[in-house]
Design a protein around this ligand. Sequence first.
Ligand SMILES: C[S@@+](CC[C@H](N)C(=O)[O-])C[C@H]1O[C@@H](n2cnc3c(N)ncnc32)[C@H](O)[C@@H]1O
Length: 360
Amino acid sequence: MANTTLIKASKAKNDEFYTQISDISNECSHYKGHFKGKTIFCNCDDPYESEFFKYFALNFNHLELKKLIASCYIGSPIANTQLSLFDHESVENKTTKHPHRIEIMEMVEGESSNERGLPLVEYLLRNKKNALTRLQGDGDFRSPECVEMLKETDVVVTNPPFSLFREYVAQLIEYEKKFLIIGNKNAITYKEIFRLIKENKMWIGRMPMGTDMLFNVPEKYEKNFLENKREGSAYRIVNGAVKGRSQACWFTNIDHKKRHEEMILWKKYTPQEYPRYDNYDAIEVSKTIEIPADYSGAMGVPVTFLDKYNPEQFEIIGMSASAGYNAEIVGLEKNSKFKDARPLMNGRNTYARIFIKRKQ
Ligand SMILES: C[S@@+](CC[C@H](N)C(=O)[O-])C[C@H]1O[C@@H](n2cnc3c(N)ncnc32)[C@H](O)[C@@H]1O
């Protein structure tokens, strides 16, 4: 029992990381045409605190949105670091004891924008076309009323709870929604997520995977970081504010230019430079930029290859990241002499590898 609680707590530890508007704006700027005339749903987002909601509300006209919806979960605590806009509201209003949804149909700017001194939500609700409504249930993205909102949505954009990432993505796929979401890089190695990547039903967004993503965090996280964690690994201090670090990246099924850029391959294959694995019929390529131009067989490349993955240039065959052999994920037949499922070279483990082939 105690163990299960510990596992749950550790899985949920990044569930309250709040995305910075600079990261949202940088990523969303690459998909502008895909938002035009569309209904956008941020379904893990308290409109009083979410920078996703703020970004889409403030850019409602610029992006030519049809509608913006945000709904929030009952458990969402106040993120003090993000509430500068709403500072004069009472704490009672800011909490999500009563989960709600907000629907924005119109953002009137111009003359009335001098009223922007108001909290954004309050400002938007002056317009009778917009509405804030209490939810019947707890605001869980899987609840029937949230699913109803999802059904009327064109594009879902948010940073969902990391601990529910598999279920979250499965629901988007089930309802055939376009999405642009943040997730932990480790999710790539989840069987269900990797399958979608392999089948080109989901890919990495524009932000390079190596980017050090920082998030706003609730006060209780700040305290824990400062007291128990190492600066630089779990958190960083930026302009005096504590920011949580997470191995996160963007996942999407919306096409973007980078996905069609061809990688220039310049290295020639030699058996010395590209040794074979002991247990798989593939060669080891330890750096993505060194993929040989003239090798047509299977190659094991670092997971960050996905940053450069162009489906017209390469085919993803499989992936091996952990000790358990799952033929569907590995994608290659294992030499039965070896117990270890991870790619081995001279008996030693290599890192997690994605297996790819060049397309002719
Ligand atoms: C990683 S935080 C991100 C919040 C916000 N989207 C952002 O990026 O700033 C995930 C949010 O999902 C909410 N959440 C947790 N479980 C949920 C659920 N089952 N359904 C909907 N939201 C949930 C949490 O309260 C939390 O605010």
